[in-house]
Design a binder for this molecule. Structure first.
Ligand SMILES: Cc1cc2nc3c(=O)[nH]c(=O)nc-3n(C[C@H](O)[C@H](O)[C@H](O)COP(=O)(O)OP(=O)(O)OC[C@H]3O[C@@H](n4cnc5c(N)ncnc54)[C@H](O)[C@@H]3O)c2cc1C
Length: 347
């Protein structure tokens, strides 16, 4: 006789939830219904009970969001926890983490084990589940370089599926989850492949300056993590102190011809050659356009890091949108380059 196991897990549900403390820009908004399932079973139960006609949103820690108004329908914030080694061979370990795991806890734990691969991504806010959404990256490393697979649940069928890293259509701050399949899947977990024999990537400016003279044998993931944290803390405003959503614009990629023309006009333009053109430092463009440290009402571009839009207190999403539009217009007028916003607009 076969028996069906009862669904495991639980769902914390809040009606008319205040989202102000659940987004790092601290924009005031409410969710009609916020649910926090802590297992796959609990998530599929929430989806089964949902009216398919009602809007559905997924949020993590709200560190890459511009919430424009109250969220109708159902908002999901996954509380699926847990991180563990799932297999190993002579040179690698495979590590799995639930979508609700705080990203930097995962980085800290893997670095403590001496495993190499995540150290450059230290201190990025947010959850493990959101990390594949925009293929998080920092200090010359992107998640796609270590991501083995993503586990997802289809929002309509509640079917669980897996995508290998190469199926996720990763590119600079982008993936199928953010682009082609936007809204179709909820990411429930990730699996990463990390090195047991460290080969740290210290090619990026501040890491090169600190570690460039050392041989790989003398560079530990722990030392790289420590340095990345120190550099980030010296450069980026802490959202707990000054509300922000990190880099507000992507670094634009222009054609080689456009890049050459800009170099002729602006000898000190900060630009990096890419396979598909030239990547420009958006922070430099914004600073040249006069926005570094400048305010528009309660919002402004940060005085130390022009790429970061900050809420000095009491801002609404309209203030954020107005500033973003003003910055984009000035950069376009001065350089002929369009900036693309990085944080996601909800709803
Ligand atoms: C100070 C600061 C520094 C930052 N530095 C970096 C950096 O160096 N590099 C970088 O890449 N990013 C950076 N960010 C941006 C941000 O930390 C990342 O994008 C992070 O992955 C967002 O995680 P989150 O849990 O807060 O997601 P949220 O902001 O809550 O959500 C972001 C998007 O992901 C979707 N999403 C979230 N969880 C899931 C899920 N389980 N399934 C499907 N979709 C989901 C949401 O629907 C939304 O569209 C920074 C942000 C801040 C505030």
């Amino acid at each position: 006789m076969s028996q069906t196991a009862p669904p495991t897990g639980s769902v914390e549900q809040i009606c008319d939830a205040d989202l102000t403390s659940l987004n790092t820009l601290r924009l005031p908004a409410r969710a009609h219904r916020l649910a926090r399932p802590n297992t796959l079973d609990a998530l599929s139960q929430v989806l089964a009970e949902r009216n398919p006609a009602e809007p559905l949103f997924v949020i993590g820690e709200g560190s890459n969001l511009v919430i424009r108004s109250d969220l109708p329908g159902l908002t999901l914030s996954l509380a699926i926890d847990g991180m563990a080694q799932v297999k190993e061979d002579d040179t690698h370990v495979w590590v799995a983490a639930g979508a609700g795991v705080h990203w930097d806890d995962l980085v800290a734990w893997t670095v403590e084990q001496g495993w190499q691969g995540l150290e450059n991504l230290s201190l990025i806010p947010g959850t493990a589940g959101a990390a594949p959404f925009q293929n998080i990256g920092a200090y010359g490393v992107e998640l796609s370089q270590v991501l083995e697979q993503v586990t997802v649940m289809d929002v309509v069928t509640a079917q669980v599926d897996h995508f290998a890293g190469h199926e996720c259509e990763f590119s600079y701050r982008d993936s199928r989850f953010k682009s082609g399949d936007r809204g179709r899947y909820i990411i429930t977990g990730i699996e990463l492949r990390l090195n047991k024999i460290p080969q740290c990537n210290v090619s990026y400016g501040p890491l090169q300056a600190r570690f460039g003279h050392l041989s790989q044998a003398d560079i530990s993931p722990a030392a790289v993590r420590e340095h990345v944290i120190a550099v980030r803390q010296s450069k980026l405003p802490d959202p707990a102190v000054l509300a922000n959503a990190g880099s507000f614009f992507k670094n634009p990629v222009v054609t080689k011809e456009q890049g050459d023309a800009l170099k002729m006009r602006f000898a000190d333009v900060v630009a990096y050659a890419q396979e598909d053109g030239v990547k420009l430092a958006a922070g430099w463009l914004i600073e040249q356009a006069g926005w570094k440290g400048k305010r528009l009402g309660p919002v402004g571009m940060h005085s130390e890091q022009a790429l970061v839009l900050v809420n000095h207190g009491g801002a609404t999403s309209a203030d954020v949108v107005a500033l973003a539009e003003a910055v984009c217009a000035d950069v376009l007028a001065m350089f002929g380059v369009s900036l693309e916003q990085e944080p996601v607009l909800l709803p």
